[in-house]
Design a binder for this molecule. Sequence first.
Ligand code: ATP
Length: 140
Amino acid sequence: RERTLAMIKPDGLSGNYREKIKAAILDSGFRIVKETEVQLDAGRASLFYAEHSQRSFFDSLVKYITSGQVLAMVLEKPDAITQWRALIGPTDARKAKTSHPDSIRAMCGLDSEKNCVHGSDSPESAAREISFFFGDGDSE
Ligand code: ATP
C-alpha cells in the first residue's frame, strides 16, 4: 500500500464539494488516514509550491491557495499516487470536463488554476507534502 497527499483547495471547500470529493475518494477504495483543515499564509503557500516559484502564474497561485482554508488528507491504497492523480483528472479543469468527465476536477474545477484539488506527483513529493502538513510522525 502507498500513501499520497490530497488537498481540497479553497474553491473546493467554498463550493461545498467536500462531501462529494470524500465520497469519490472512498468509493474508489482509498482509506483517509489523516486529515487537517488549515489556512495557509503566503509564506507557507510559497514553500508548498516552491517548485513553481519561477513560473508566471506563481503569485496568482499563492493568492488563490491562501484565499481560504484547505483540507489536506493522507490517502492510502495500492498505487495511491498514480490512482489519485487519475481520479482528479488533468490540471486544466476545462479539459477535464471534456476529456475526463468523471474526474473530480470536471466536477468542481473551473480552469487551469482553480482546479479544486491537488495530488502529489511522485513518491518524493508525497513524502515531502505529507510531512509539510502532518510532520514526520508515522502514527495513524
Ligand atoms: P497539483 O500540483 O495542484 O496537483 P498539477 O500537478 O496538476 O496540480 P502543476 O503544474 O503542478 O499542476 O501546477 C500546480 C498548480 O498551479 C495547479 O494545480 C494550478 O492550481 C496552478 N496552475 C498550473 N498551471 C497554471 C496556469 N497555466 N495558470 C494558472 N495556474 C496554474
